[in-house]
Design a protein around this ligand. Structure first.
Ligand code: AMP
Length: 493
């Protein structure tokens, strides 16, 4: 099935429903959005782009982005969304690797200079409308290039199968969607956040692209207050900025429905503060490009149930396997581990990618016996709650003991003067590795004070041996801390 059938169907059922807005301005109802997608598809066809061809989108968030994306699908092509913050050379690499026939971009000159040979256009023209092109459920629909915190990004092949199940998973596990519901897009549409517009098109609800094209806390709160029943995806760093803004402005945010957070660790201290300052609007997801939106979910009913036994423990978890996925914790030999033991988090089901684009070896390493090996280490409790410990490659071994940096980070973040922290290992002749904490302080704090703080909270052997106070942590374009860069910094320290 081609996903564009959703748009075609909803436009026939509810042509006048609001579909797309830019800030507070409505730009299309469903009839107009479907007509635009059909015209884009006709234009692509006339430009010689055939069903199955890849069409890249290298542009910031804008309503045009969604019109083009649906046009690409209407034409039976596969979209290759590329983060607009990437360097032209990085984007050029992705366009080449995907073998894109055409790229929509505002940065044509830079891409040309970076060696891109395919057709480059800022927008599509108007072609003859034709019916939605038929596609199979496993035909590629979205090549999702991983954020590449190490090495070259890999192209995750998502077909309409994964996108349909991800959408059903949203409705079943995150929140129902209907007329009058609104999805804001402060996070890049090219990445996981972009998938959140799908349930809103499927159900004929409104997608809103902020005018700034990015994340601005005041703008997000303003749009929620304007449109009401507003939901959005926010990475943990964005949640922190929302909380800071709400605290500074002293206003209780209005018009919020659901804030979906995930994509990186949310520390307990931070989510507790977010609940206190912003209110009971949060749902957590844990997924990855290879199994998007989502592998597990922690629903708001559980997040808000403070009276439940082990509430804090649950809040620190990433919740249950969502209905459309199975989760299993496995050891290095692929054996399923019992409750409570930590191992690699594996996922199975129709949300798992078809494979990596033109990389059979990487696919075979990632999917074994039908299970996707996520590279994350976690453990499951007797009630099925999954707690993530870390990425397997971030695990430290000091004096023969495993140390999960996240646990040390959680402890340090409960100190009032610690704004951000990231923990890595440093090679050490005596211990194998020792723990080093990079700290962004928000007050006058010393290494000795942090050491005393850790002594009260975690085992002695997990305490950082060194503290490095920095103005900011190195992050990639998605706001994820680059531990590889910290390790390089540490090797020079
Ligand atoms: P990406 O494919 O770039 O979205 O990155 C996916 C990775 O982000 C996962 O494999 C996890 O390591 C991390 N991640 C995603 N969601 C969460 C979460 N809720 N808590 C902790 N880490 C997460």
């Amino acid at each position: 099935m081609n996903l564009a059938h959703w748009l075609d169907r909803i436009a026939r059922q509810y042509p006048a429903r609001p579909a797309l807005a830019h800030g507070t301005r409505l730009v299309a109802d469903y009839a107009a959005l479907a007509a635009r997608a059909a015209a884009v598809a006709g234009w692509l066809r006339a430009a010689g782009v055939a069903p199955g061809d890849r069409v890249a989108l290298f542009m910031g968030n804008h309503p045009r982005y969604l019109e083009l994306l649906w046009g690409v699908w209407w034409a039976g092509c596969c979209a290759v969304p590329i983060n607009a913050k990437l360097h032209a050379k990085e984007a050029a690499w992705i366009i080449g690797h995907a073998g894109a026939a055409l790229c929509f971009t505002d940065d044509g000159d830079a891409l040309r200079e970076a060696g891109v040979e395919c057709a480059l256009h800022a927008d599509a023209g108007v072609g003859d409308a034709a019916p939605v092109v038929e596609r199979g459920v496993t035909d590629p629909a979205w090549l999702f290039y991983t954020s590449g915190t190490t090495g070259r990004p890999k192209g995750v092949v998502l077909a309409s199968r994964q996108l349909q199940w991800a959408t059903a998973g949203y409705l079943a596990n995150i929140a129902p969607v209907g007329a009058g519901d609104v999805m804001l897009h402060p996070a890049p549409l090219s990445h996981g956040g972009g998938l959140y517009h799908l349930p809103f098109v499927m159900q004929g609800a409104l997608n809103v692209v902020p005018e700034s094209g990015g994340f601005d806390a005041a703008e997000v709160f303003g749009l929620a207050a304007h449109w009401r029943r507003a939901s959005f995806f926010a990475a943990p760093t964005m949640v922190k900025r929302l909380v800071d803004h709400a605290k500074r402005s002293g206003l209780r945010p209005e018009g919020l429905a659901t804030i979906i957070y995930g994509g990186g660790p949310m520390y307990l201290a931070d989510i507790e503060e977010a609940l206190a300052v912003i209110g009971p609007h949060f749902v957590q997801i844990y997924g990855q490009g290879e199994a998007p939106m989502t592998i597990t979910a922690l629903p708001s009913a559980i997040i808000n149930d403070r009276a439940a036994p082990r509430w804090r423990e649950r809040l620190a978890s990433v919740g249950h396997a969502q209905c459309m996925a199975e989760v299993s914790i496995r050891d290095a030999d692929g054996r399923a581990l019992p409750v409570g033991e930590s191992g690699e988090v594996c996922a199975r089901g129709d949300i798992v990618m078809e494979g990596y684009w033109r990389d059979a070896d990487a696919t075979a390493r990632a999917i074994r016996d039908g299970w996707l090996y996520t590279g994350d280490v976690g453990r499951m409790d007797a009630d099925g709650f999954l707690t993530l410990l870390d990425r397997s490659k971030d695990l430290l071994i000091s004096g023969g003991s495993n140390i999960y940096p996240r646990e040390v980070e959680e402890a340090l973040l409960t100190h009032a003067d610690v704004a951000e922290v990231s923990v890595i290992g440093r090679a050490d002749a005596e211990w194998g590795e020792v723990v080093v904490a990079y700290v962004v302080a928000r007050g006058p704090v010393t290494a000795a004070a942090l050491d005393a703080h850790c002594l009260e909270r975690i085992a002695r052997f997990k305490r950082p041996k060194h503290y490095r106070f920095v103005a900011e942590l190195p992050k990639n374009n998605y706001g994820k801390v680059l531990k590889t860069t910290l390790r390089e910094m540490e090797s020079r320290a």
